[in-house]
Design a binder for this molecule. Structure first.
Ligand SMILES: [Zn+2]
Length: 284
């Protein structure tokens, strides 16, 4: 563990020094930011509590109607952490979705009722992202319905990008819903070496583009890793921000860029670091 951790810190430092040589651009003057979203909160109380104890503004995506989701959402809010709905959406592998699932066979009225009920089941949700969803997020009509509900409730959408063909992010932007897109899945391979590698990749993306969105899960290995990795971000000059905080910063940057007629990072297309050829591993 100790040796591996030393490699992570060195990796973060290397990511910083490489970027510092990149020259004087917009990203060099804005501190790079990382969003860490912990998905699948609610099934395990002990793992959920351990994830909530992570330092800093980590964001928590809660499964609707899960055994401990409501309790953990309230606990997260009490700790000053941001909560999202982790909306179950149809996938290509026929993996079980659990209650509150959004599927392509639903009528518009039924679809929107289920989504609104899901949101009501997760107290303090300020946004939502897809749980699985490799089938549904490729379809424009249901994604339009998702965004209409999100807009009516003043929520943002994070595209988990469980498929390369997802239209969720572009549909959100078209609908005027603030949107983010996952850059890195942290832990679909459960080894410390893989987590380290993914985290360093996230830091490099943040240094290059101004921000990076990381999605992980409340696995004991992930929680133990992040307990050490999050404090190291500070030393690496990278700021951990919540998903809604990044949305707000991007909106302000967009306004400033418009006023100054300069390009900004908001228009950056989603990157996808997950290996989609192994999409089962990303379908979480
Ligand atoms: Zn999930």
């Amino acid at each position: 563990m100790a040796a591996r951790w030393y490699e992570v810190v060195c990796g973060l430092c290397l990511a910083v020094s490489v970027n510092c040589q990149a020259g004087n651009n917009l990203d060099a003057v804005i501190q790079p930011r990382i969003v860490i979203v912990i998905d699948d909160i609610g099934n395990s109380l002990s793992q959920g509590r351990a994830a909530l104890a992570l330092p800093g503004p980590v964001t928590y995506a809660v499964l609707p109607y899960s055994a401990h989701g409501r309790l953990l959402a309230i606990a997260a809010h009490k700790l000053g952490k941001d909560v999202m709905l982790h909306a179950p959406m149809a996938n290509d592998q026929n993996l079980k979705l659990g209650p509150g699932a959004l599927t392509p066979d639903l009528s518009e009225i039924r679809f929107k009722k289920i989504l609104n009920d899901d949101l009501d089941a997760v107290p303090y949700a300020v946004g939502l992202n897809n749980h699985m969803g490799s089938l549904l997020t490729r379809q424009r009509v249901p994604m339009k319905w998702v965004m209409e509900v999100a807009k009516s409730r003043n929520l943002f959408f994070l595209d988990s990008r469980t498929t390369r063909g997802s239209v969720a992010w572009s549909t959100a932007r078209k609908a005027g819903v603030p949107a983010l897109s996952r850059d890195i899945f942290l832990d679909h391979v459960q080894t410390e070496a893989f987590l380290s590698q993914q985290f360093i990749r996230a830091v490099k993306i943040a240094r290059k583009h101004g921000s990076a969105i990381v999605i992980g899960h409340p696995y004991p290995l992930t929680t133990a890793f992040l307990e050490k990795a999050i404090p190291a971000l500070d030393e690496a000059g990278v700021q951990l921000v919540s998903a809604p905080a990044l949305i707000m910063q991007k909106q302000q940057a967009a306004l400033l860029a418009k006023a100054n007629k300069k390009p900004n990072e908001v228009a950056r297309s989603p990157s996808a670091e997950c290996d989609f050829s192994q999409s089962y591993g990303c379908e979480e």
